[in-house]
Design a protein around this ligand. Structure first.
Ligand code: HEC
Ligand code: HEC
Length: 906
């Protein structure tokens, strides 16, 4: 989002706006300050005084830095000031140990909000600005909570004594997701992060081409040593042999930690079309008899070998194993914690974990993908995945025997009835879609499951799960606001607290009567259309007739599931291909065949400006509508061509209304990929990457069609990141034509090497059939200059750091005070340098947040000085002088165009 919100207003409106906002804020600040402490907080404060710090008791001087009751600007009033990343909430809600406070991550506001739970109401007590996209929060002790910032690759250590504030910022690996405290004294923090990123020691683009590595890490910090030393280094980083991780849980005694892979796969892979030739099962023609192109085939490991959906054996074609390790048990008390054992085949996409306090079970909310079933549509050829797609499940792991028992939450649905027909309402209302957050009641009787896609929390008897006697029933359901994704339960089990992401609301439920006692809206700066459109991605009730699936069943949090699907439709006709081709390509394909073969699920992030959609570009966008009197973009028209998928794939009775599809389109086209985690934070390329870049752009002999850039156009100013949306073909090795794909997420496709155990079944190309770029670039269509091994490696290094929408520094943070370690000072200097750039585009808007003399301040870096929210201007030195080791300043690189809204409130 290039435009700067400041440009959108004239000077006068800005001034007027500033006055209004400033007055509103002051009024709110006063209201906050004068809030009366109730008895429970007074006791808590008194208790905390025993472990006193210079700053006083618990929440003694609340500040209101961000989010609810402070912010008022949204993307509708400040266009271009909000970037939609759609990081999925992981642990967005946590209670204080005594149950009197609720800590909530307000992700779109980059804010930790602290509520007092008083007489069944949430009363806002304080709010603290943290990093970008906070997705998880955990309490360490009465004085401290830790917040995981998914996009900032950081953890904010928030102190609650005296003036609530960020006390330290810890740097972790890429895209951290969850946090728990464990160990003998529960002083050790465990944080899940992808095994990559600028903050991972020893990481380089070479890590991505090294086989045999786990791509998931658990960072372990010893909180008590942080207090005693200057070092913010982890105690250890535990590597897990899986793709990126998400959920964490601890045993009741805190001695063990469980960590789960997120998109862990299900022992499926693609055999490429050459290897499948001659063996591939029918249908080889569509209903009107036109022969289908030769495509690959999806195979699944059945315990003995690799077979396709008809049972044909392809074991001789698969050159690796997929052990499918899903959940890992870590020893939390060891000097250096490590993995004790792992549990396999728990599910395909694993959301959250919860341990039972006494029965020895670990529960895992998950989806089990049915990508071994062929085709969408009515299924006249004998197979369709329509309405089925991914089963929503709770898997119970018996920690003693190691037994893994999946429980399907929707066994009442008869998936063999032709979908697209209305499922009786009485059956549909029993469905639960996309189970995420889990909590066990303190008495151990019930498991509460947040069904993100059903606007429900299910209260399931634990006994029925262990005996596999689960029976769906609406009597187990609690209706909650849209998109429940965070749960917490009161120490006595009488109240359930729910955070709903889509509604962006908190609620309090009486667990006995299942009645909502109170709900509280959180502030979001997102535009109205984004907030409306989000619902359609996840909501299985409006998306499918059986209430079990949505677009998010595969596009998990607007991204991918890292699987391939064969979603052709043999009942369909050929479609016309009107797309434009790369200019040097003379061979064109006039039609798209409806049997398309396996295709990997594409991310929905970053579709704007990237042309026709789907690997083949068969959603062409060639019939744009007039929207508010203006012709919509090609991408907007192309996205609307997905409306039939609600019927043909999800099994909804009829397509969405125009209004809903418009909101969904605006939401989908606003989704933005994260910054590249491999490229250096100063945006400079290594020698190897630079040589690769030179070849990529300038070596015209690279293919018969020209340089890489002839097809994969990278031009950040034109918002092109690997494609200009044109079609191409890749020689006779592939016999369909494809739209040239974008290259921003190549680093995520790593991990399917040849030989031995692998962490993923799908790699590069449309069908995921190529495990490494080295192998792909050895194809005869590529004419790398000599010495080829060297030049190939150079180009691969560059592809791993290919330009993305946002500079690598976006999201990065540092917490500083006078006398802080040199490494921290250097990092601050880097953030300032990046914020000062403006060619070819601003790298980031640098904001500062802190507290001084018990009040909060925030400011924005501009031309070497600081503008503060209260109107003051300060030099660097003046600003740093406000900070101390106890009340430091935290600097955050925000997406360009969002700094004024976030730091100055205007
Ligand atoms: C069964 C898994 C699955 C479901 C459910 C699903 N998709 Fe997809 N999606 C895919 C796959 C696989 C591809 C690539 C298919 C291809 O290229 O032919 C894809 C590609 C896309 C793309 C193209 C992205 C790009 O960059 O070109 C869009 C847009 C999209 N899907 C939207 C949707 C919408 C909207 C829904 C809900 C109606 C949906 N998908 C449901 C698997 C799924
Ligand atoms: C003639 C146009 C063209 C040229 C030139 C070209 N590519 Fe491609 N590239 C494509 C197409 C089309 C695909 C999709 C093929 C498929 O999915 O089967 C592709 C696929 C890829 C992929 C895999 C993307 C993914 O998501 O898995 C990468 C990486 C890639 N190209 C990099 C390069 C590099 C680097 C060069 C130069 C050495 C290059 N390409 C040259 C058209 C081209």
């Amino acid at each position: 989002m290039p435009s700067n919100s400041l440009n959108a207003f004239s000077h006068e409106t800005l001034l007027a706006r500033f006055v209004v906002v400033f007055c509103a804020c002051t009024a709110l600040l006063m209201a906050g300050c004068h809030q009366k402490a109730t008895d429970s907080t007074v006791t808590a404060a008194a208790k905390s005084a025993t472990k006193a710090t210079a700053l006083g008791g618990l929440l003694e001087q609340p500040v209101f830095q961000c989010g609810t009751s402070v912010d008022s600007l949204t993307a509708d009033s400040a266009p271009g000031s909000v970037t939609v990343f759609e990081s999925g909430p992981v642990r967005p809600l946590a209670l204080s140990h005594n149950g009197t406070l609720a800590f909530v991550t307000n992700a779109p506001s980059n804010c930790l909000e602290i509520y007092e739970i008083s007489g069944d109401r949430f009363v806002l007590r304080s709010s603290v600005s943290v990093g970008l996209e906070p997705v998880a929060v955990a309490q360490r002790n009465e004085h401290e909570v830790w917040v995981v910032n998914h996009l900032s690759d950081s953890v904010s250590v928030v102190r609650l004594d005296g003036t609530p504030r960020v006390w330290r910022t810890l740097l972790v690996g890429d895209e951290p997701r969850d946090i728990v405290f464990a160990g003998t004294a529960k002083e050790r923090a465990f944080v899940t992060a992808a095994h990559r990123g600028q903050n991972l020691p020893g990481f380089s683009d070479q890590t991505l081409v090294t086989p045999g590595l786990g791509r998931a890490d658990v960072w372990v910090f010893d909180a008590s040593t942080l207090e005693r030393s200057e070092s913010l280094a982890p105690l250890t980083i535990v590597n897990l042999f899986s793709d990126t991780p998400r959920a964490l849980a601890t045993s009741a005694d805190g001695r063990l930690v469980y960590a789960a892979a997120f998109m862990s796969g299900n022992q499926t892979t693609t055999v490429d079309w050459r290897s499948a030739l001659e063996r591939k099962a029918a249908p080889h023609f569509n209903a009107s008899g036109v022969p289908a192109p030769s495509t690959g085939v999806i195979v699944k490991f059945n315990g003995q070998g690799w077979t396709d959906s008809t049972g044909k054996d392809y074991s001789d074609k698969v050159k690796f194993n997929l052990p499918d390790h899903d959940v890992f048990e870590l020893d939390a008390t060891a000097d250096k914690p490590g993995v004790l054992r792992s549990f396999n085949h728990v599910g395909t996409t694993l959301f959250n974990l919860a341990t039972h306090p006494s029965n020895g079970q670990l529960y895992v909310s998950n989806l089990e993908a049915k990508n071994d079933i062929l085709f969408e549509g009515p299924g006249s050829a004998g197979s369709t995945v329509r309405g089925r797609i991914a089963e929503s499940r709770i898997t119970a792991i018996d920690l003693k025997s190691g037994k893994v028992e999946p429980v399907h939450l929707n066994p009442h649905i008869d998936f063999s009835v032709p979908q697209g027909k209305a499922v009786p309402a009485t059956e549909k209302t029993k469905s639960l879609s996309s189970p995420t957050s889990l909590v066990v009641s303190p008495d151990g009787q019930h498991l509460y499951v947040a069904a993100l896609g059903s606007a429900k929390v299910a209260q399931i008897s634990v006994e029925t799960l262990s005996r596999k006697q689960f029976t769906p029933s609406v009597r187990q359901h609690i209706a909650v606001p849209d998109g429940p994704a965070g749960l917490a339960i009161s120490p006595d089990g009488s109240r359930l607290y729910v955070y709903s992401r889509i509604a962006h609301r908190l609620s309090i439920i009486d667990t006995r009567s299942r009645v909502t006692l109170h709900s509280q809206d959180l502030f979001s700066p997102e535009s109205k259309s984004v907030r409306e459109g989000r619902r359609i991605l996840y909501d299985a009730v409006i998306s499918s007739s059986n209430g079990t699936v949505s677009c998010a069943s595969c596009h998990v949090f607007g991204d991918t599931d890292h699987l391939a699907w064969d979603l052709g439709d043999p009942d369909s006709k050929l479609a016309r291909n009107p797309n434009a081709y790369v200019r040097t390509i003379t061979q064109r394909m006039a039609t798209f065949h409806p049997i398309k073969g396996p295709m990997t699920t594409q991310t929905l992030r970053g579709m704007a400006h990237h042309g026709p959609m789907h690997w083949r570009g068969d959603r062409t966008g060639s019939n744009p509508d007039l929207i508010n009197g203006k012709e919509e973009s090609l991408e907007s028209a192309a996205f609307k061509e997905f409306n039939p998928a609600f019927v043909g794939l999800l099994g909804k009775e009829r397509p969405l209304t125009r209004r809903d599809m418009q909101a969904f389109t605006e939401f989908a086209l606003s989704l933005t990929p994260p910054p590249n985690p491999v490229r250096a934070l100063d945006n400079n390329l290594s020698e190897q990457q630079r040589k690769g870049q030179d070849l990529y752009f300038n070596f015209d002999g690279m293919t018969g069609a020209g340089s890489c850039n002839t097809c994969h156009v990278i031009d950040p100013e034109k918002r092109k990141f690997g494609t200009s949306g044109l079609m191409s073909f890749d020689g006779d090795r592939i016999n369909e034509h494809f739209k040239v794909p974008q290259l921003r997420n190549m680093y995520e496709k790593v991990g399917r090497f040849e030989g031995g155990e692998q962490i993923r079944g799908f790699g590069f190309l449309h069908d995921g059939s190529d495990g490494t770029l080295d192998h792909f670039f050895k194809d005869s269509v590529f004419l790398f200059p000599a010495p080829q091994d060297v030049t190939r490696a150079q180009v691969i290094s560059f592809v791993m750091v290919a330009d993305a929408d946002l500079a690598p520094v976006v999201g990065q943070q540092v917490t500083a005070y006078p006398g802080v370690a040199t490494a921290t000072q250097n990092r601050l200097a880097l953030l300032k340098q990046q914020a000062s750039l403006n060619t070819p585009r601003g790298a980031c808007d640098l904001a500062v947040q802190g507290t001084h003399l018990k009040t909060a301040y925030s400011g924005l870096y501009s031309d070497g000085t600081w503008k503060l929210r209260d109107g003051r201007d300060m030099t660097d030195a003046q600003l740093l002088a406000l900070a101390t080791a106890e009340q430091p300043a935290t600097y955050t690189c925000l997406p360009p165009g969002s700094g004024s809204r976030q730091a100055l409130g205007r």
